[in-house]
Write a protein that binds this ligand. Structure first.
Ligand code: DON
Length: 575
């Protein structure tokens, strides 16, 4: 791509159009104060996760001689206890791995559609989507992948015993832990939904949760003990499987004993690409994260972003236009590559990305209604949400994102087993042209089929510089995950920010449709917003977007670990 020059607008530019849509619960007060509390510098090894107790479990495992994968497995089980809104046994996720010799791997343990699922299962007789059916209650759940995924990761790379990795979570569930202010707020906020979908007693329902209350989860401890004893079979067969099936039958759910017994995670080749002297290693489909990230980086690579400056009109306009194009392609071409021929190599082909930006106008916004997915001749055959970042003392790195989708998933707790089920079915395109809960659209590539994985935006990523580990990052945050990973990396690589500033900095987001730039409070100065408006961009204020957890290897070989103040529970640990 040729470098582009983008004129800076004069401050007195006439505002042609300002359309700011203030939707639903979006608020405009500042995000939690950005502070230096969520950072740590460690000589040997580091863990960043969504909860201090989980980060501590990870560091304990590393200090016991466990490697990054051991720590990742133990942190995930701990999160299933201390971070029930997203940490899980009843969800799924993705793990990207880079060993200290530079070899890479990627594990897809995303949930799958049950065998009885069908394309129109969330539509009424008039083919209209039934409100809430794909997001709440038993029918919203996909077949969970987490336990099978963690067992597969341990089997391939683990060093400590499986029992060592599950035990800390059992203790947290059995003895209880004091809940944080955020967790108390969430549990209170979702009481009504819990009551609507759970007729039996469950430990998450209480008249009023307060900060510091003890949350004891005995049924979950028993489920974890079965997993400790029998690995994946302790979840997908026997008592836990029976409890899941019983729960499904009690609420019109679809997951059967066969669905559970048949669930397998899939090892994939990590998707890789270069940006200047960095190598990006990320997640291929069934996540869209890696593809879209490489597309956006490829579309801005040859522009002098560092000359434009952080959140300048020129840099923001260019990055927004790259984001718009990547999300348009996502909606058309991306889905589970085991079911749909995703043109992976074509989508990240340098020539294609150059062509994709051919209609980029330096001084005016594209309109999403006129800019659809790119057309290409399939150039090559395709070969094919809480986040945790970990590096161990040997330099092996894990970047892992897991989720139940919404907070507490479909809100159903498996009676007697003590964990929430996901509502990941909503990540499918339930009908062409109908947005999912993140406003994302999809097409044939992401239509529902039995056994298929729903498309994800999760972007667990590892970055090398000059052949050496440079950064580990990822985030929860639905559709905004990919643009957050993109912008944090650009903040470091182009705008020269230290990692903590790069993570704390406010962000913007464009996902093709709706055709608007989402902006966090203080993200773009008023003057820049005016200039972008004059180009035809529209804005929507949002309180906060994705929540990054990142580790950077510093020049002296030590690690800077950074959590994100957007989630007050984010915390770092290490030694
Ligand atoms: O896989 C996805 O893209 C979504 N299910 C992720 C959900 C998410 O990040 C929610 N967290 N804030």
């Amino acid at each position: 791509m040729k470098p582009r020059t983008i004129p800076t607008f004069p401050s007195h530019a006439i505002i042609l159009l300002v359309i700011a849509l203030f939707l639903g619960s979006c608020r405009t007060e500042p995000i939690a104060t950005y502070s230096a509390e969520k950072r740590g510098e460690y000589a040997h090894a580091a863990v960043v996760s969504g909860h201090p107790l989980a980060s501590q479990v990870g560091n304990d495992i590393l200090e016991k001689g466990g490697n990054a994968v051991d720590a990742a497995v133990a942190v995930q089980f701990a999160l299933a206890v201390v971070y029930p809104r997203a940490g899980n046994l009843g969800g799924g996720g993705f793990l990207v791995y880079r060993s200290n010799d530079g070899s890479t791997d990627a594990l897809d343990y995303r949930e799958k559609a049950p065998a009885a699922a069908s394309r129109d299962m969330y539509l009424d007789s008039l083919a209209n989507p039934v409100d809430g059916l794909s997001t709440k209650g038993h029918l919203a759940a996909g077949v969970p992948g987490t336990v099978a995924g963690l067992a597969a990761a341990h089997e391939r790379y683990g060093k400590l015993t499986w029992e060592d990795l599950v035990q800390p979570a059992i203790e947290l569930a059995e003895n209880g832990f004091s809940i944080s202010e955020t967790e108390a707020d969430r549990l209170n906020g979702f009481q009504e939904a819990f009551l609507a979908f759970n007729t039996n007693e469950c430990p998450f329902i209480k008249e009023l949760w307060q900060t510091g209350d003890l949350l004891i989860q005995s049924d979950l401890a028993a489920s974890l003990k079965r997993i400790k004893a029998k690995k994946a079979a302790g979840f997908y067969q026997g008592e836990t499987a029976d409890l899941i099936v019983k729960e499904m039958q009690s609420g019109n759910g679809m997951i059967t004993a066969e669905d559970l017994a048949n669930y397998e995670p899939t090892w994939r080749q990590a998707i890789t690409g270069n940006y200047d002297d960095y190598k990006i290693i990320s997640m291929p489909p069934s996540s869209s994260g890696g593809v879209a990230l490489l597309q956006m980086l490829g579309m801005v690579e040859n522009a002098p972003l560092n000359e434009y400056g952080f959140h300048s009109t020129a840099a923001t306009h260019l990055m927004v236009e790259a984001e718009r194009r990547a999300y348009a392609d996502r909606s058309e071409y991306l889905g589970d590559s085991d079911f749909y021929p995703v043109p992976l190599d074509s989508l990240i082909d340098e020539n294609y990305l150059q062509y994709r930006m051919d209609d980029f106008q330096p001084d005016s916004a594209s309109t999403s209604d006129h800019l659809t997915a790119g057309n290409f001749v399939n150039r090559k055959e395709s070969f094919e949400t809480t986040h945790t970042s970990i590096v161990d003392a040997e330099g092996n790195a894990v970047s892992l994102t897991t989720t139940l989708n919404s907070n507490f998933g479909c809100k159903v707790v498996v009676d007697g087993a003590g964990f929430f089920l996901n509502n990941e079915m909503d990540d499918f395109s339930i009908k062409p042209g109908t947005p999912n809960q993140f406003g994302l659209l999809g097409a044939e590539a992401n239509a529902i089929q039995p056994g298929k994985r729903m498309l994800s935006s999760m972007t667990p990523t590892i970055i090398e510089k000059d052949g050496q580990l440079f950064m580990i990052l990822g985030a929860p945050g639905g559709s905004t995950i990919i643009t957050a990973v993109f912008q944090v990396f650009i903040n470091v690589a182009e705008f020269g920010m230290p990692l903590d500033s790069a993570v704390f900095a406010p962000r913007f987001h464009h996902q093709w449709l709706p055709d608007q730039i989402w902006v966090e409070p203080t993200a773009l100065g008023e003057e820049v917003k005016s200039e972008l408006s004059a180009m035809g961009h529209q804005f929507r204020d949002v309180n906060r977007m994705a929540v990054i957890k990142a580790i950077q290897r510093l020049p002296d070989g030590s690690y800077l670990a950074v959590g994100d103040p957007r989630n007050p529970d984010d915390d770092v640990s290490g030694h």
